[in-house]
Design a protein around this ligand. Structure first.
Ligand code: VGL
Ligand code: ZN
Length: 202
């Protein structure tokens, strides 16, 4: 069975949000149409406490988009985004969330970031998404959402690591940068994932 994983389709990641991905809103109708083609749809939601380590605001003297090393892990410092319970963290309006059977929240531990919908960046904690998909008999996963070279990419790479047949739906994602998008697609292919467009899915 195949599943659609909608990654972080949240207000803060579309234009008007605090960490807006250019053109991020353009994928909403594409994803709404995609949902009809899947027997199972799940979503992930970036869900940070105010004291989250990924916020530049929690590192006095540091600027947004600077990189720091924390506990041996590289961390990009982001603008405050996807605060638990706030408007910016809600799934975007216009996204049809009726078919979404389960939502997996991530980035909840203040001390560790989590780009992937499966594990945090240190791979210490699982969200349960992998076991959930296995339990439902899923073998193929299709990735879409935001941002292409961060949470969509890392979710795809973990799906590959967990031996799911992994498809990255190129037109149902948007990137923060063109260069990042290019590199993300390269990495997905290098690790055995498949690139395709939504028109190729039936
Ligand atoms: C994301 C940066 C920080 C994403 C989440 O959803 O791609 N990017 N937190
Ligand atoms: Zn985040």
């Amino acid at each position: 069975m195949k599943a659609l994983i909608v990654v972080d389709l949240q207000n803060d990641f579309v234009p008007g949000g605090s960490l807006a991905v250019p053109g991020g809103h353009e994928i909403i109708p594409i994803i709404n149409r995609l949902e009809e083609k899947f027997p199972l749809v799940v979503a992930t939601q970036d869900w940070h406490p105010a004291n989250h380590l990924s916020f530049a605001s929690n590192h006095p003297g540091k600027k947004v988009y600077e990189t720091v090393i924390i506990d041996g892990l590289e961390q990009i410092l982001w603008p405050d985004h996807c605060l638990q319970g706030k408007e910016g963290a809600r799934l975007v309006s216009g996204f049809d969330d009726r078919p979404v059977e389960a939502i997996f929240r991530k980035g909840t531990d203040p001390r560790i970031d989590s780009y992937s919908g499966f594990f945090d960046n240190g791979r210490k904690k699982s969200t349960g998404l992998g076991d959930y998909l296995r339990g439902r008999g899923v073998r193929q996963v299709y990735l879409c959402g935001l941002a292409a070279e961060f949470c969509v990419l890392y979710t795809a790479l973990d799906a590959l690591e967990l031996d799911f047949e992994t498809y990255y739906v190129e037109d149902a994602t948007r990137a923060l940068s063109e260069e990042g998008f290019h590199q993300a697609k390269e990495q997905v292919v290098k690790r055995g994932g498949i690139l395709l467009t939504s028109a190729e899915i039936n």
